[in-house]
Ligand binder design. Structure first.
Ligand code: FDP
Length: 347
């Protein structure tokens, strides 16, 4: 039987990749892993809320019930607060950054941006949800951290990861040296290395988009969707459409099987819906590290300059060949080719 490698063991082993590392990032990742286990325990009990009392009420043990996303936010912030390696947390749940000003944290090197419970519309219906996190090194050297410490380009990320609370719970992360996935073994309460050196297939056959918004999409996206639906034996089209509505779950599936995830601008979301700092950037970093591409349609996601914490962006990410094909449609090049084909094949 091969020996199990836990997340904790793996993190310490990988510290050697960074010769000058003092262990702070390792401790930070470990803290996030511990908070994820606590959140996982509550997520698994989510269906019992109706039996034990609704959010906002008191359960039979006399404990106040909290909405899960609020609970998850508190758990991650409290783990980061007590860990001492993080001086600022930027969370989807909080309008402003949270500065950790305790003696041990105020001069800490790292900044964490987090979406504590992504895919919140799926919580009540027992569908996979996730946590997304992103870690930056603080730039300013002293005093209270500056907003510029938080609003760095995605390519400055030191680490990023997600936790998926699905049919099993997994933590997937990168420190810029590939992507590794760990599955929670509930019998020992540890994340164990289950998906080493994850790579997204170069070609895929799954496209993930909320097609209900079709009429509102830019023409290039509409054309690409039609392309995905056309019959073509050589490329294996029509492709498969899969959309869970939890970014983490949709991207996790595409990372393993090959595919593309699209959330374009639309009339409802003229700047895109997903948040650059704690959704798009971390997922883009992971996907690029796994061999994929992430773009907003014109620019690499990781090159965008955030101008505020909750900034939104369009995002297209996934298998290299699929994203490149989409880009042809967005630039209009493919339209020309297809029109010519139509003319030639007309009787
Ligand atoms: P949700 O609104 O349920 O929190 O982050 C936002 C997000 O979920 C993503 O997880 C998901 O991919 C997307 O929004 C779903 O949005 P639509 O319902 O507009 O498709």
């Amino acid at each position: 039987m091969t020996a199990v490698k836990t997340l904790g063991q793996f993190i310490i082993e990988k510290q050697a990749d960074f010769p000058y590392a003092k262990g702070e990032l390792s401790r930070l990742l470990r803290d996030i892993g511990i908070a994820a286990k606590i959140v996982n325990r509550e997520v698994n009990k989510a269906g019992l809320v109706d039996i034990l009392g609704d959010a906002g009420t008191t359960n039979v043990q006399g404990e106040g019930q909290k909405k899960l996303d609020v609970y998850a936010n508190e758990q991650f912030i409290s783990a980061l607060r007590s860990g001492g390696e993080c001086c600022v947390v930027a969370s989807e749940e909080n309008d402003e950054c949270i500065y950790i000003e305790s003696e041990i944290s105020k001069n800490a090197k790292y900044i964490v941006a987090i979406d504590p419970l992504d895919g919140s519309s799926n919580i009540d219906v027992n569908v996979a949800i996730g946590t997304i996190f992103s870690i930056y090194r603080r730039r300013s050297l002293e005093g209270k951290p500056l907003i510029g410490d938080v609003l760095q380009k995605g390519r400055e990320q030191v680490a990023a990861g997600y936790v998926i609370y699905g049919s099993s719970t997994m933590l997937v992360y990168t420190t810029g040296k590939g992507v590794n996935g760990f599955t929670l073994d509930p019998s020992i309460g540890e994340f164990c290395l289950s998906h080493p050196k994850m790579r997204i297939p170069k070609e895929g056959k799954i496209y993930s988009i909320n097609e209900g918004n079709y009429v509102h999409f830019p023409q290039g996206v509409k054309d690409y969707i039609k392309y995905c639906q056309e019959e073509d034996d050589d490329s294996g089209r029509p492709y498969t459409s899969r959309y869970i509505g939890s970014m983490v779950a949709d991207i996790h599936r595409n990372l393993i099987k090959g595919g593309i995830f699209l959330y374009p601008v639309s009339s409802a979301y003229p700047k895109g819906k997903l948040r650059l700092v704690y959704e798009c950037n971390p997922m883009a970093f992971i996907l690029e590290q796994a061999g994929g591409i992430a773009t907003d349609g014109s620019n690499r996601i990781l090159d965008l300059v955030p101008d505020h914490l909750h900034q939104r962006s369009a995002i297209f990410l996934g298998s290299e060949n699929m994203v490149n094909k989409l880009m042809e449609f967005l630039s209009g090049n493919n339209l020309v080719t297809r029109k010519v084909e139509n003319v030639i094949s007309a009787p």
